[in-house]
Design a binder for this molecule. Sequence first.
Ligand code: BJW
Length: 314
Amino acid sequence: TPGLNPKEVADFHNMLKQSKRIVAVLGAGISASSGLATFRGTNGLWHGQDMMQVATPAGFRRDPGLVWQFYAYRRHAALQARPNPAHYALAELARRVCPGCVTLTQNAQLKQLHGNLFDLCCFDAVGCGYVEKDNFKDPLTPALDTTRDEAAAMGRIEPGSKPKANGMLLAGIARKNAQILGEKGEEQPGARPRPMCDIRLSSGLSKEDLPQCPQCKANILRPSVVWFGEALAESTAQEAEALFAEDTEPIDLCLVIGTSSKVWPTAGYAEKARKKGARIATVNIDAGDAKGLRPGKDWVFVGDAAQVLPELLK
Ligand code: BJW
């Protein structure tokens, strides 16, 4: 893989072979090559978007329709995405090193620190407490049909035609996908989906347009994800913390892959692994997002995780 230093890769392989306990901390960047946008940065979902509006309970209270539009797009995109070579390389590592390999992910499967896009729960968690796992319905309601917005933005249907266009301006992604799909929407050979950026949300949706709680019938559902100011699910947080407890076995290696390491408590896990003896290997397309490195002990592998990880983990 271009850009990787063969000596460093050999040193890493040597360590990998000896490692019995490995913790991997994953961020959105691992799925960038699957066509899913990350959160931060110029190609991120939040570029030009106030994250407090779409990733906090207060934002949801203020405009649930806007937040649901954001998640409707995310669910739709995730359902269309396929695993990339980075996911396969990690799965293979987990199989080889099992049971000593634990993957802490902020966004996807395994120990899902920040929840799951496809689980739903009642917004009234205390009074009602309804939880629904693995809801893959897309769109969740007619008003949350993001494909209509893409089609409208590509000129395939009249914007505003019935059912009511929900105002989520997906022009950014539609235009980008049009570039890779070709004018008539046919796939270009070798083209890869590009992550969306610069979505502009403007809701105007009413409560009736959004998924209703089937249990209490009084509230709307929300995505069962962890927003800012909310605690991580207690069991998940405890499982993660338990890995780093003093009385457990040392950790040999900590992989920090595709995360900006800006969100806590997850951003602190590499340091906790380090205190348990781990050497840290960061894989990131942006060297600037590698934090707190010790020369001669830690590694930074700069590049696309989908290219770098298969090379590193083989
Ligand atoms: C590539 C690539 C390629 C791109 N290859 N790489 C200190 C201690 C504790 C808490 C805090 C604290 N200071 C502040 C807090 C509060 C807050 C916080 O951290 N704020 C910071 C912004 C400062 N934390 C919280 O609120 C958390 N809860 C909490 O602390 O609870 C306490 C509590 C206890 C008891 C009662 C009540 C409260 C919760 C945080 C929840 C975050 N949730 C989100 C949304 C999830 C839902 C959804 O999916 O929409 O999680 S925010 C968002 O950021 C998402 C992600 O999981 C998270 C991290 O982002 P990630 O994955 O790192 O993505 P990006 O976009 O930031 O970075 C992508 C990276 O990939 C970049 O580095 C690229 O370079 C790289 N990349 N392409 C390799 N091809």
